[in-house]
Write a new protein. Structure first.
Length: 258
């Protein structure tokens, strides 16, 4: 096995692009181990470990400058990876509980059995982004959305989650077919997306007189910049293409209608 990899090989293995890796080099985040006589960039095992840490931290929603600062301050690779592994295992457990919860709901719906509300939301924690929501849109925004969510019945929550799931599925399907963001189908999805956002109390899209256009445009950019949200629109090809498609379609819709 080779002890170094070309930039094209690393981009493919990591689900990113050569352009991204070159950008990481430009900002001092990840330099190639060497540059060949042909000008190609090559990465050794140490560079791969650093890239793995970068991608793990990016998945937590950290910005590139934050990641760079963290890597410079926490240079011990094994302890840092062990800490991240512990967090990943917690997430794995939470996701396993969510999967079991949804499977239980599907089985009950298919079998015409009564839904067990106490089991339907195991692993779901809508308060996990409380601080972030309050920082972005204020405490009232979080309080309104929290009150709205807690006030719904188990059946209403399940229906809402299905609506979100259907929207995400349709976005991904459209992105994978390669349709244009300005196409009629993409714009119909954008309209559904804005209507969905407008139905969530506490968001600028739902507030009377709120700046819906700026909110929708900002969310579109966040879908691309923040992997936590972009993952909802990830296509089978990986990368951020799905989130970029959603962002571009929302931008076209907002400019024309909001």
């Amino acid at each position: 096995m080779s002890d170094e990899w070309s930039i094209q090989q690393i981009a493919k293995l990591a689900g990113t692009t050569s352009r991204t890796l070159r950008h990481y080099d430009d900002i001092g985040l990840l330099a190639p181990s060497r540059i060949g006589g042909n000008g190609y960039r090559y990465y050794d095992e140490r560079a791969l470990v650093r890239l793995q840490r970068i991608l793990l931290l990016r998945d937590l929603g950290l910005g590139l400058l934050q990641i760079k600062e963290l890597l410079e301050n926490v240079t011990a690779e094994v302890p840092a990876l062990e800490a991240h592994l512990a967090w990943l295992r917690q997430e794995q457990n939470r996701l396993a509980r969510q999967i079991a919860s949804v499977e239980s709901t599907i089985d009950a719906l298919r079998g015409g059995e009564p839904l067990m509300a106490e089991n339907m939301f195991d692993g779901f924690d809508h308060t996990k982004y409380k601080d972030e929501v309050e920082e972005r849109w204020g405490k009232k925004a979080y309080a309104d959305s929290d009150r709205w969510w807690r006030g719904m019945s188990a059946e209403e929550k399940a229906a809402w989650q299905q609506k979100v799931s259907d929207l995400g599925r349709d976005w991904i399907a459209a992105a994978e077919r390669g349709i244009a963001p300005e196409s009629e189908e993409a714009q119909a999805l954008a309209k559904r997306h804005v209507e969905w956002l407008s139905g969530i109390p506490g968001t600028p899209a739902a507030a009377p007189g709120g700046d819906v256009k700026a909110y929708v445009l900002g969310l579109g950019e966040m879908y691309v910049a923040d992997p936590r949200f972009g993952a909802n629109y990830a296509t089978s090809a990986g990368g951020s293409a799905g989130a970029e498609f959603v962002r571009d379609a929302l931008r076209v819709y907002a400019e024309a209608n909001l």
